[in-house]
Design a protein. Structure first.
Length: 155
């Protein structure tokens, strides 16, 4: 039957709503990342109670399921000592002749536009366990990255 002959209330032709995808691998977080997750869960729980529209409630519950799962599976990574590039560090490095900086955090904490990358990002993976002065290959380019400094995140 053509969609033109259906009543507007028929919803079977609508795309199904799937759960929000969970990033693969362990759910590593900083202490701050776990706090952010807990705040998001509390915010969504309060929002669900305030909503009246069924579609908004469904969408909020979908997000709440995601964030509750992330809270349940969160593994807080101990604060690193700063001697090597590790989860929870900010790294100053030279890439293609330009000095740059990035912070390595969990998937849900990442904000690439602010230089905060998930530990699973290729650039972070390339630098893991490096020390200051190391020159690393990246994206098929030899000696593409030079680690200049390592700073430990606090809090």
């Amino acid at each position: 039957m053509s969609v033109a002959f259906r009543r507007e209330s028929d919803e079977e032709h609508l795309e199904p709503k799937f759960e929000l995808p969970i990033p693969p691998g362990p759910n590593l977080v900083t202490a701050n990342g776990l706090t952010q997750i807990r705040l998001k869960v509390a915010e969504l729980e309060a929002l669900v109670l305030q909503l009246a529209e069924e579609t908004e409630i469904t969408a909020a519950r979908r997000q709440l399921r995601y964030w509750r799962t992330r809270q349940t599976t969160a593994q807080v990574v101990p604060v690193p000592d700063g001697t090597i590039v590790a989860f929870g560090c900010t790294v100053d490095f030279r890439f293609k002749g330009r000095n740059r900086s990035l912070t390595i955090v969990g998937d849900d904490e990442a904000d690439p536009t602010s230089g905060i990358l998930a530990f699973s990002a290729p650039l972070c993976r390339a630098m893991m366990n490096a020390v200051v002065g190391d020159v690393l290959d990246f994206a098929g380019a030899p000696d593409a990255i030079e680690v200049l400094a390592i700073h430990v995140l606090r809090g």
